[in-house]
Design a protein around this ligand. Structure first.
Ligand code: BMA
Length: 374
């Protein structure tokens, strides 16, 4: 009898994911369903995503129907990452040249096909007028209510809110968005990072912005992400700038392998530690977890996916991994940047193996799971 009761308790908890509740009590049905389904799916695998996937690849730009992932595995990513940097300045293209009107259409199309959308924001600096990188050595306090840069920051958020509010499905419902603002905040390079914003200021920034979008702007399609970089080795360090359970639904980190391929073993170890600590934090706070950004520029290791990533991914549960963008050649700095193979790349075969792994979930699987339904 006792055994039976325990079993009953376990099945009920697992099925309803009762421990995972969105922080927004007014979240739309589709957003709640997506969140519950992300939590449930963590138990069997993880969704695979790609930044800017539909807009361009290493050797093409804006060609309808193309995407580098599909040309290799005959399936699309399950998660589509997009970036809003420069929208706050009223520009028509983001900082990487993606037109916002096209982006909206890609988002609608992917949602309609059953894919998942996540959005990041390399916001320009409302204090200095500079871009996201670099810092002012001034406190960011002046963007909070009463401060001299407050109105500038509120104007930024208004533009972000307008964009997010315009993302609607065919029946007029708001498209759920995994909103991942002020990411890599444990690093030094952004104006919201540790060199410019104190922990308390960061929390304030996160809370003010979320309140503004949800309460003032009435957006209820957001799954809120708290996303660090790699500078942590304990739960306390990971949660150092955590704004509170009522402001976060998902925790994640960004990590990149750099240097020679002999560093693969160390990267596997590092990832293992990063995921383990993140998941401890996630379990303590009853939040889902994910890898917000990942990559090894140009994938110099032709077995990177199965030899470096798979062994560690097999050991842990998390909802998704997003590979960063296949920018190709970047004329602004003469660099080449991409993180997933294109047709003809030496790691194509390895990525197909990774695709076939039963834990990796791409768009066809996402469609079957009907993520926006209960
Ligand atoms: C970086 C690089 C940059 C890009 C930025 C925002 O990591 O890909 O080229 O501008 O992300 O997308």
């Amino acid at each position: 009898m006792k055994f039976f009761l325990i079993l009953l308790f376990l099945t009920t908890t697992i099925n309803s994911n009762a421990q995972y509740q969105l922080s927004d009590a007014k979240a739309t049905t589709e957003t709640i369903n997506l969140y519950q389904n992300l939590a449930k799916t963590q138990q069997k695998g993880y969704f695979v995503g790609h930044q800017d996937n539909l807009a361009y690849g290493v050797y093409w730009k804006y060609q309808d129907g193309r995407n580098d992932v599909k040309e290799v595995v005959k399936d699309s990513p399950a998660i589509y990452g997009w970036e809003l940097g420069d929208l706050e300045l009223g520009k028509t293209e983001n900082l990487d040249g993606v037109p916002f009107e096209k982006m909206k259409q890609y988002i609608r199309d992917a949602y309609q096909r059953g894919g998942i959308i996540t959005i990041s924001w390399h916001s320009n600096n409302p204090i200095t007028g500079g871009n996201a990188w670099g810092f002012s050595n001034k406190s960011i306090k002046s963007i909070f209510p009463g401060g001299e840069n407050h109105q500038t920051y509120v104007d930024y958020l208004d533009k972000i809110a307008d964009f997010l509010a315009d993302l609607k499905g065919e029946n007029g419902e708001a498209i759920p968005i995994i909103w991942r603002p002020f990411h890599e905040h444990t690093g030094t390079w952004f104006w919201w990072g540790v060199n410019s914003a104190s922990d308390d200021e960061y929390k304030e920034l996160f809370k003010f912005s979320a309140d503004y979008l949800l309460i003032n702007k009435g957006l209820h399609n957001l799954i809120l992400g708290y996303n660090t970089s790699v500078e942590y080795s304990t739960v306390e360090e990971f949660l150092k700038r955590y704004p509170g359970d009522e402001y976060v639904d998902m925790v994640s980190f960004d990590a990149y392998q750099r240097g020679g391929i002999e560093g693969g073993e160390n990267f596997t170890k590092q990832l293992d530690q990063l995921i383990r600590v993140m998941n401890e934090a996630a379990n303590q706070r009853n939040k889902i977890s994910a890898i917000g950004e990942l990559g090894y520029n140009q994938i110099p290791d032709s077995q990177w996916f199965t030899k470096v990533l798979k062994p560690v991914f097999d050991k842990h549960q998390f909802s998704y991994v997003l590979f960063w963008r296949n920018a190709g050649f970047k004329p602004n700095n003469n660099e080449v940047e991409y993180y997933l193979p294109f047709k003809g790349h030496p790691s194509e075969k390895d990525f197909i193996k990774f695709y076939k792994d039963k834990k990796t979930l791409f768009e066809k699987e996402a469609q079957k799971l009907n993520l926006y339904k209960k």
